[in-house]
Write a protein that binds this ligand. Structure first.
Ligand code: KG4
Ligand code: ZN
Length: 314
């Protein structure tokens, strides 16, 4: 089955056509270069850019893949969570296509898209039950999936998301937006020399990153790091956050006994984090290809097809 999907939850406008789990095409215009000038996303500007870019992408994908476009059986779009004004632009595009093509429109949860990004191009197959962790700029959420499409939230951040923490600390260090990849680059060759306090209540599976954020910002304010100290600090920050995430996950694995562990969301493109996950023993580990870790429409299409087929089966 062919599906068209649209993603516009934050600062990427993205459109994709999939045939089952295979990408026919995924076109994305990122707004990151623009928001680098501001150090972060400006929501109204992001939605204006979606207004400008989504029609360009839809036109382009239709022109290049007209045969496939004519065969689409449904249109999926990111319904939530995300920037409300940006989400609405994606919804309107999807609704108009659905009306004109007389095909169903399927709302998709962005986080579910991140999880199923591991199945893009049939690279992997999730074996259930599974635990999935989405670590992004807006979320740090752990889900238990007893079966396909059944998402039970078993842990989440109580305040800032892990990606948000990296973005904000990076900004304080004078690095570009988004800060996660910048911190990763800076940390290469660094050592774990800074002892950074973190909320580490192992009695539950929730996370809290606002305390560590404040600590890091105060530390930067009160220090005059040289290049080596900056590198060690970036390394220590990553180690502290990623170890905290892995420790909690190990508790979740003991409790829920999943067959698969999935890591996804923008932060999962971080090589240090990917290595730590891949070192977890006795469980199938799935992580999307780096290019599908950050926001894209293909991951929304994968969930769209599953939801569409699920309805048909019932
Ligand atoms: O999933 P995503 O593209 O958008 C949201 O749904 O939020 O994630 C963006 C987040 C940003 O916080 C960014 O700094 C972080 O993912 N990120 C990284 C890396 N690449 C992106 N964090 C750490 N290391 C990376 N290589
Ligand atoms: Zn995302």
């Amino acid at each position: 089955m062919y599906i068209l999907s649209i993603e516009s939850s934050c600062d990427e406008s993205s459109v994709s056509i999939l045939k089952n789990n295979k990408i026919i095409k995924c076109l994305t215009i990122s707004q990151i270069e623009i928001f680098k000038n501001f150090g972060g996303v400006i929501p109204m500007m992001a939605s204006d850019l979606h207004v400008q870019n989504l029609p360009i992408l839809i036109k382009k994908i239709k022109e290049e893949f007209n045969d496939e476009f004519n065969k689409i059986k449904a249109v999926a779009y990111t319904e939530k969570p995300g920037l409300v004004s940006s989400l609405r632009i994606g919804y309107i595009c999807a609704e108009v296509i659905s009306i004109f093509k007389k095909i169903p429109i399927i709302p998709i949860n962005h986080l579910h898209g991140h999880v199923y990004a591991v199945e893009i191009n049939d690279k992997n197959k999730i074996i259930y039950p599974a635990i999935a962790m989405v670590i992004s700029g807006g979320h740090t959420s752990t889900f238990f999936l007893k079966e396909k499409l059944s998402f039970e939230t078993i842990g989440k951040t109580l305040d800032d998301a892990a990606g948000e923490l990296l973005d904000k600390v990076a900004r304080k260090l004078g690095l570009n937006y988004p800060g996660g990849p910048e911190i990763e680059k800076l940390s290469i060759g660094g050592k774990h020399k800074f002892k950074i306090p973190i909320y580490n209540n192992l009695k539950n599976l929730n996370y809290s990153f606002s305390g560590i954020k404040t600590h890091c910002i105060n530390l930067i304010n009160n220090s005059n790091f040289n290049e080596e100290e900056k590198r060690d600090f970036a390394f220590s920050l990553q180690e502290t956050v990623f170890e905290n995430i892995i420790n909690k996950l190990k508790i979740a694995i003991n409790k829920y006994k999943p067959k698969t562990l999935i890591l996804s969301g923008g932060v999962s493109s971080n090589s240090f984090l990917r290595n730590k996950f891949n070192n977890i023993k006795n469980i199938k580990i799935l992580i999307p290809e780096k290019k599908y870790c950050t926001d894209n429409a293909a991951m929304i299409g994968i969930v769209g097809i599953k939801k569409f087929l699920n309805k048909k089966e019932k």
